[in-house]
Design a protein around this ligand. Structure first.
Ligand code: DGL
Length: 272
């Protein structure tokens, strides 16, 4: 493996761009190669076997291009396919988002009560509960599938009464708890950070909202350093984007996720 190869970053759609952004900020010299499998999105409502199949396919595409590390910037794919990826592609380092997310939440919770919001397939896998309890066995976890947040984020619908209404629909039973209210909420889907402001309005100031992206970027840096794979020179890394459907839409929504203009001509259309 050569340190000048790019880091491959994968998500079912645009959500992984929130992780892409955090990695690009932390490691500006690294080349980044992103693949959003927008043709098959959403993964979060699909069966485990389907998620594993799609994730292996998409990861193979990145690996064929030549990468030094695979970042699974999708909680659903991490929750269901991480062991299969590691088994198939060893010795390539594969970093998921769930363990860093669990670590980030443990570092901020005071009452050890944590709310995890994610897709149906992530919640069903129970990986967040396992990852949090591996770090803090006494922690109490409440998990909520918030399926509609994914298409809302893909649509660029980030704030306002519609988003807050849907958040109330999913979260009011937790928020109405008199005692035992979690003090920390993990955004356990890489699409959800786009809705962060609206979600903060709904959960109120007593709950800390954790976006795992920064901790994922730290993990990527530590893992690359450990394997002597960090880019050695000072430079600005190249960024390349691939999608399996509709470059124009990828560029439009991608610009919202990245907070910078992305043109359709800069997005490559690929088939898996
Ligand atoms: N971004 C994906 C995640 O983090 C979810 C989107 C989907 O359902 O495909 O779980």
């Amino acid at each position: 493996m050569h340190s000048n190869l790019p880091i491959g970053i994968f998500d079912s759609g645009m959500g992984g761009l929130t992780v892409f952004k955090a990695i690009s900020r932390r490691l500006p010299a690294e080349d980044l190669l992103y693949l959003g499998d927008t043709a098959r999105l959403p993964y979060g409502t699909k069966a485990r076997e389907t998620i594993i199949r799609y994730t292996l396919l998409a990861s193979t595409k990145l690996i064929e291009r030549g990468i030094k590390m695979l970042v699974v910037a999708c909680n659903t794919a991490t929750a269901n396919a991480l062991p299969a990826l590691r088994a198939r592609f060893a010795p390539l380092p594969v970093v998921g988002v769930v363990e860093p997310g669990a670590r980030a939440a443990i570092s901020v919770t005071k009452n050890e009560r944590i709310l995890v919001i994610a897709t149906e397939a992530t919640i069903k896998s129970c990986v967040y509960t396992a990852a949090i309890q591996a770090l803090k066995p006494t922690a109490q976890i409440t998990a909520k599938a918030c399926t509609l947040f994914v298409p809302m984020a893909e649509e660029g619908l980030m704030t306002g009464c519609l988003v807050e209404g849907v958040a109330h629909y999913y979260l009011d039973d937790v928020l109405n708890l008199k005692d035992n209210l979690p003090d920390t909420m993990i955004l356990g889907c890489t699409h959800f950070p786009l809705l962060k402001d609206a979600l903060k309005n709904v959960v109120g100031p007593t709950m800390t909202v954790v976006d795992p992206a920064a901790t994922v970027a730290e993990t990527v840096e530590a893992e690359l350093a450990c394997q002597n794979l960090l880019v050695a020179t000072e430079r600005t890394g190249q960024k390349h984007f691939m999608t399996t459907d509709n470059q124009e839409r990828f560029a439009r929504t991608g610009s919202l996720f990245l907070g910078e203009e992305l043109s359709a001509s800069a997005v490559e259309l690929v088939d898996l």
